[in-house]
Design a binder for this molecule. Structure first.
Ligand code: NAI
Length: 262
């Protein structure tokens, strides 16, 4: 019988996604699920992650605060107890707030760093420890941001945390490449999610524009001429997670409709 398997199929793979209750993480989980993987959805909002898993017919899910190393360990253990050994880990959970640096509190800086930078470290460390202990190959995809490639005004704290994700991804990828572990990142642009709705509201206040003017400005900056959808990011994550990307590691891939190309 002729095999119909393609390098883009994730049949037989087992994946865990963080920040998967809504937005980009939810779209990533759904896309991995459609590509054939058994998917475990985790989120700070555990019931919403479980509801999303039921809704898309994924394997399951539960609560996870990515800033808590013990909780990360417990979530991986719960996922593997149900699915078996994980092959794919997507560290997607993130937060953002908008503020000028002169008005930025230490608490705001610390919160962004804790979820966006330390959260990725803790999730990736847990994944790598498990892959190494088993001697198996594994794939990690981290959600960085366009703001992790170019400094974004009103988002200095967020930009700093996402530059950290890009640097960490490159360094970890080189550290574990010889162990058969690939680590890449995606850098989305202006994605239509709850996070973006909040940013539009802040930006319209901070820049004295209407929300419609802010959206029009995002679209004007985007060569492909529209706002980004969560699915635009999710399909790239599926590619990075699969064998089609077998010779890619340490990369931070812009998924921005052409905004910023380096
Ligand atoms: P969102 O706010 O719609 O969803 C984020 C999810 O992460 C929520 O379900 C939330 O409960 C969860 N979360 C927050 N803190 C958490 C924690 N400590 N532990 C576990 N889960 C936690 O945001 P969106 O837009 O889907 O963002 C997803 C990722 O994409 C984030 O890393 C964000 O920084 C990144 N991103 C988003 C862009 C956008 O325009 N929306 C652009 C570039 C990057």
């Amino acid at each position: 019988m002729t095999s119909t398997a393609t390098p883009f199929s994730l049949d037989g793979r087992r994946a865990l996604v963080t920040g998967a209750a809504r937005g980009i993480g939810r779209a990533i989980a759904a896309a991995l699920n459609r590509a054939g993987a058994a998917v475990w959805l985790t989120d700070l909002d555990g019931p919403a992650a479980q509801a999303a898993a039921r809704c898309m017919g994924a394997a399951g899910g539960g609560a996870l605060d990515v800033t808590d190393a013990g909780a990360v360990e417990a979530a991986f253990a719960a996922a593997e107890a149900t699915l078996g050994p994980l092959d794919i880990v997507v560290a997607n959970a993130g937060i953002s707030t908008m503020n000028r640096v002169v008005d930025l509190s230490e608490a705001e800086w610390d919160a962004n760093m804790a979820v966006n930078a330390k959260g990725v470290f803790l999730v990736d460390r847990c994944a790598v420890r498990r892959f190494l202990a088993r001697g198996t190959r594994g794939v990690i995809v981290n959600t960085a941001s366009l703001a992790g490639k170019v400094g974004a005004p009103l988002l200095a704290h967020y930009s700093a945390s996402k530059f950290a994700v890009v640097g960490f991804t490159q360094a970890l990828a080189r550290e574990v490449a010889a162990d058969g572990i690939r680590v890449n990142a995606v850098c989305p642009g202006f994605v239509r999610t709850g996070m973006q709705e909040r940013e539009i509201a802040w930006e319209s206040t901070l820049r004295g524009m209407t929300p419609d003017e802010v959206v029009a400005d995002y679209i004007r900056q985007t060569p492909l001429g529209r706002l980004e959808e969560p699915e635009d990011v999710a399909d790239v994550v599926v590619f990075l997670a699969g064998d089609g990307a077998r010779f890619m590691t340490g990369q931070a891939i812009n998924v921005t409709g052409g905004v910023y190309t380096t």
